[in-house]
Design a protein around this ligand. Structure first.
Ligand code: FES
Ligand SMILES: [Fe+2]
Length: 369
């Protein structure tokens, strides 16, 4: 009998030690998609991201650069900021004893510390987190010695250059809080076998077996799907109410690209807009998701610009996915679960499982099954 590829054992989904290993070896070592540069459009604008036991402030500094700092005061460790996003007015001040930092993280003021012999303010800047951008997407890396972002992205920058993603601007955001394991969100994204059952509307737009997948890479998998006749983009009725993105030619105008960029980024590119979903695991069975819709600024400037058709389509489809991912978690976390066989059309899910195992399973035979 040829070997049948199966899903992961339940402990990959419900064991808190396994989850801790994933946070340590995947989320605290790899580049994580964290937001968009255009959302930090003035000095002091910031986003806060909490992940893998860290809290990170991503800030537009006075010199225009984007910096990421640990959200931890260098005095007695207090969290500096509890807001998810906003603006620091010129500096970042700790709410406890008013140590004050520049937007670049430099310690500018430390009340009462001048009396301390040997204290040197320059030795206590905010701890930096590595931060780089790709075509408008901000990535952070919690490692002290990260590999370059380009190494993780591979050929993706060249592949998606025609979309000119850095030109696009945010029109809408929805935060979701889903009772499932983060891996089930990635796996669900990577197959459309469920589309006829779960997504009656999406299934009117694509042929569910029509994915044109590219060979998976070490750090991503994905592919394109064409439309059924008469469908121009993913919207509530399949009509496209915005011009094509200006850089697209040929087949790129007729498909949606679905790419899961490990570990936390789902990038969905349509002929006329981009949807991004970033994945923020909270614990084994809880995952926060940030979905954002981005459009071309020339379209957004038009008096008759509309986007509800795209948001409504995807909010409905996303909620269908989250609901089945929650139900999937219920079964996998119950006593009756045993690993089940993947079909040939679920190859990308198996490849993603192998990615996770390669990161956390190395040297631990218990995790290889
Ligand atoms: S803990 Fe931040 S100023 Fe004291
Ligand atoms: Fe789905």
């Amino acid at each position: 009998m040829p070997h049948v590829r199966t899903t992961l054992p339940s402990r990959a989904y419900i064991d808190s030690e396994w989850f801790a290993l994933e946070m340590e070896r995947v989320f605290a070592r790899m580049w994580l998609a964290a937001g968009r540069a255009d959302q930090l459009d003035h000095p002091g604008a910031f986003l806060r991201r909490d992940v893998a036991g860290a809290s990170v402030l991503i800030v537009r500094a006075a010199d225009g650069s984007i910096r990421a700092h640990h959200n931890v005061c260098r005095h007695r460790g207090t969290g500096l900021c509890t807001e998810p996003r906003g603006t620091f007015h010129g500096s970042i001040q700790c709410p406890y004893h008013a140590w004050t930092y520049g937007l670049d993280g430099r310690l500018m003021a430390a009340p009462q510390m001048d009396e301390v012999a040997g204290f040197d303010r320059s030795e206590f800047p905010l701890r930096q987190v590595a931060c780089q951008t790709w075509d408008g997407h901000i990535f952070i890396n919690l490692s002290d010695t990260p590999a370059p972002l380009a190494a993780q992205l591979g050929d993706l920058p060249a592949r998606f250059a025609p979309w000119a993603m850095s030109d696009l601007r945010l029109a809408h955001r929805i935060d979701y809080d889903v009772a499932t394991n983060w891996k089930l969100v990635v796996q669900n994204y990577n197959e459309c076998l469920h589309c006829p059952v779960i997504h009656p509307l999406l299934n009117r737009m694509h042929h569910y077996l029509g994915a044109e997948n590219v060979p998976s890479a070490e750090t991503y998998c994905g592919g394109a799907m064409g439309f059924k006749d008469g469908v121009e983009t993913l919207s509530t009725d399949g009509k496209r109410r915005r011009d094509l993105l200006p850089g697209l030619r040929g087949r790129d105008r007729e498909v949606v690209n679905y790419f899961a960029i490990y570990p936390n980024f789902l990038l969905t590119l349509h002929p006329d807009y981009m949807m991004t979903i970033t994945i923020w695991p909270q614990d084994c069975g809880r995952t926060k998701l940030v979905a954002e819709w981005h459009f071309h600024p020339d379209e957004m400037a038009k008096k008759d610009f509309v986007f509800a058709d795209a948001i409504d389509f995807w909010d409905r489809t996303n909620r269908e996915d989250w609901a089945i991912s929650e139900q999937s978690y219920l079964g996998i976390s119950s006593r009756g679960y045993q690993p089940g066989p993947y079909s040939e059309r679920e190859k990308q899910l198996w490849e993603f499982d192998q990615f996770v195992l390669s990161k956390i399973g190395h040297g631990d035979p218990e995790t290889r099954s």
